[in-house]
Design a protein around this ligand. Structure first.
Ligand code: DC
Length: 223
């Protein structure tokens, strides 16, 4: 069986960087599914689609081609042949990703691509609905979280020296808004499944979280 590791968690829990480090240590690929919703959000914004219009966003998603490529530096995310990786991390695109992620038709398209990728290749897949929808049969299921204040503090630390950096309060407010939208949507809301191991990193540093997850993977793959 192909090794699939499913990792869900809220904004700023460190999923992307932790997932990449764990995948690198295991010698498998890391699929960042959030980047795919971000790519849809960016594409819809650029095309002038009203993000609140579910039918229009869904139709737009069906018209575009979202793909990923893996390089030594990690995942590149591609829309209609254009590498959009460098344009999908703005606050505007973050919120757009969360909004387009509410729509069932958009989710169906993204889930199908993700399942196809993971079916044949050992992967660690991170996102919001991986344990419940994308890889319900994953060998290892993880829910990575931390307190909202700690997640906002980490986010803010990454951004604070950039020009036009938001204040800590703004970061915390945006994070809570996105949490609320991701956890309260109708289709596959973010929540830990019963068979997921909850990893609360509030009191752990990066290396401790990576080591802890590698230990869980080791245990689960030898069960
Ligand atoms: O992981 P991220 O912050 O890059 O994700 C951006 C948004 O995309 C997130 O707020 C909700 C949405 N998303 C989703 O609905 N399902 C996923 N599997 C991954 C992300």
């Amino acid at each position: 069986m192909v090794l699939n590791i499913a990792m869900d968690g809220p904004v700023g829990a460190g999923k992307s960087s932790i997932a990449k480090a764990v995948a690198d240590r295991l010698g498998i690929l890391h699929l960042d599914t959030g980047a795919m919703y971000r790519a849809v959000g960016l594409s819809a914004i650029r095309a002038g689609v009203d993000l609140q219009d579910e039918a229009a966003v869904t139709a737009h998603t069906r018209q575009i081609d979202v793909a990923v490529a893996h390089s030594a530096q990690g995942q590149r995310t591609i829309v209609n042949g254009e590498d959009v990786t460098d344009y999908i991390r703005t606050p505007e695109v973050s919120m757009a990703a969360s909004t387009v992620g509410k729509y069932a038709g958009v989710r169906r398209e993204m889930v199908a691509i993700q399942q196809k990728l993971a079916a044949s290749t050992p992967m660690l897949v991170d996102g919001r609905d991986i344990c419940v929808r994308v890889l319900p049969g994953a060998t290892v299921k993880l829910f990575l979280t931390a307190s909202a204040e700690e997640r906002a503090r980490r986010r803010w630390n990454e951004m604070k020296d950039k020009p036009d950096a938001p204040s800590y309060e703004e970061v915390l407010r945006d994070l809570r808004a996105r949490d609320a939208q991701d956890m309260n949507r109708e289709v596959d809301p973010l929540r830990p499944t019963e068979d997921a191991v909850i990893v609360d990193s509030t009191e752990m540093n990066f290396e401790q979280v990576v080591a802890y997850i590698l230990k869980i993977v080791e245990e689960k793959t030898h069960e």
